[in-house]
Design a protein around this ligand. Structure first.
Ligand code: GDP
Ligand code: IMO
Ligand code: MG
Length: 428
């Protein structure tokens, strides 16, 4: 049975939650391996809509074990809030498990996230303000606090003290903010210890054994390739490894165990936050995509920037992740557009560029080169077979497939679980 990685193939919010949820009862484990509650996945099950941030979408599937891997940064307050909110709606969260090595987002890092943004002023990243960047920075700086530290009060206090030495200096002297008290922070963290203890497991050992036993494991990525700390539009990125390789480092499962890598892409593109976005539409066409597609952030409610499908980004996503499949979502949103532009390459300094430029300045002034594909007017939200799609919609998919360098295995025609056309099943 397979190990399947699901990742964002654009700038996030492609519909990864729905794609993961859709694999459903065939899945034994769903693993979140990167990011934290900066993610926002809306999953619609029947009449109900769930907005998940820290918990992977697999939590909604009865019998599936949801796992938070070592690559995730955990806001403990949010974790228990999200658990309580789901339980109140009848979702069983008793199978949630968490890595002892996942890092914790302490209160001071949430404060620093917004303080850093204020300091950057016009050059701000447009973060979600959840403390993600400062917490990953602490991890790399080796002053992070991990889940396992909660079970040794004296070690925890030492670590908090060490971190606050630097963090308070930053807060007070750079940002003019109040310092945090070592005991207050330590005691707040300790207050979660008993509740979290039963959830803690060795994620690497558990998942490798599950794969040995023939169970199915889905790795559910947060964010997307263009927000990756190494491969994205740095510095306008998140601070984690969002690509398929991140599934390995963020869970302790080696690359040879991965069978499929699924990139989720919208039939157009959106982005929240600052940073370059070559196909961005600042006109009525962009407003139309936003309104018809409901493009407002699940996490912050911010209007998403909208633009046409970018095949340069798609080819890059295919290459960096070694995608085996693309799940294309929101095709229904394009219904009624007469001519649909698709970006096939960039024009940079009067030269045609087919590949993602490595130099960020090039990306900032890349102009899209469009090919125009004829649209369709028919409602496609009821289509369940590729052959039921209008001819021009079929041609749109086939052209995107050709340009993106990867087969399009499934097509979303609406937000509900059932509103999907499967061309090649993600699980054999
Ligand atoms: P994620 O962060 O990648 O999981 O994506 P989000 O949940 O932030 O954003 C995707 C949105 O698109 C959600 O509101 C989904 O319910 C919705 N969605 C997913 N697939 C489709 C689709 O094929 N058509 C339409 N109209 N909406 C979709
Ligand atoms: P999902 O998983 C879209 C963006 C923020 C900002 C940048 C850095 O729902 O696709 P951070 O708070 O992570 O330091 O912000 O990354 N960002 C996302 N954009 N979808 C997300 O998650 C995002 N998570 C972070 O808007 O530009
Ligand atoms: Mg989202």
């Amino acid at each position: 049975m397979p190990a399947i990685v699901i990742v964002g193939a654009q700038w996030g919010d492609e519909g990864k939650g729905k794609a993961s949820d859709q694999l459903g009862t065939q899945v034994d484990y769903v693993v979140k391996f990167n990011g934290g509650n900066n993610a926002g996945h809306t999953v619609i099950v029947g009449e109900e809509s769930f907005a998940l941030h820290l918990l992977p979408a697999g939590i909604l599937t009865p019998g599936c074990t949801a796992v938070i891997g070592n690559g995730v940064v955990v806001d403990l307050d949010v974790l228990f809030e999200e658990i309580a909110a789901l339980e109140a709606r009848g979702v069983d969260t008793s199978r949630l498990r968490i890595s002892a090595s996942a890092h914790i987002i302490p209160a001071y890092n949430k404060r620093l996230d917004s303080a850093n943004e204020r300091l950057l002023g016009k050059r701000k990243i447009g973060t979600t303000g959840r403390g993600i960047g400062p917490t990953y920075a602490d991890k790399m700086n080796r002053i992070g606090i991990r889940i396992q530290d909660l079970f040794d009060p004296s070690i925890l206090r030492q670590k908090v003290e060490g971190a606050l030495h630097r963090k308070n200096a930053e807060l007070v002297h750079i940002h003019g903010e109040e310092p945090f008290d070592v005991d207050d922070v330590t005691n707040e963290l300790l207050s979660y210890a008993d509740r979290i203890k039963p959830m803690v497991i060795n994620v690497s050992a558990t998942l490798n054994k599950a794969l040995d036993d023939g169970e199915t494991v889905v790795f559910e990525g947060g964010q997307a390739v263009m927000l990756d700390i190494d491969h994205g539009t740095y510095p306008f990125v998140t601070s984690s490894a969002t690509t398929a390789a991140g599934a390995c480092t963020g869970s302790g499962v080696g690359p040879r165990r991965i069978d499929r890598v699924v990139g989720v892409a919208k039939a157009y593109v959106t982005r929240v936050g600052e940073g370059p976005f070559p196909t961005e539409l600042l006109d009525e066409a962009g407003d139309r995509l936003r309104e018809v597609g409901g493009e407002y952030g699940t996490t912050t409610g911010r209007p998403r920037r909208c633009g046409w499908y970018d095949a340069v980004v798609a080819r890059f996503a295919t290459r960096v992740n070694s995608l085996t499949d693309i799940v294309l979502t929101k095709l229904d949103v394009l219904t009624g557009i007469e001519q649909i532009p698709v970006c096939v390459a960039y024009n940079i300094d009067d030269g045609r560029v087919e590949d993602m430029p490595e130099n960020q300045s090039d990306m900032h002034h890349a102009e899209p080169i469009y090919e125009y594909l004829p649209g369709w007017d028919e409602d496609i939200s009821h289509c369940r077979e590729f052959s039921e799609l209008p001819e021009n919609a079929q041609k749109y998919i086939l052209r995107l497939e050709e340009l993106s360098g990867c087969r399009i295995s499934s097509i979303g025609v609406g937000p509900e679980r059932s509103q999907t056309i499967v061309r090649y099943p993600l699980m054999d």
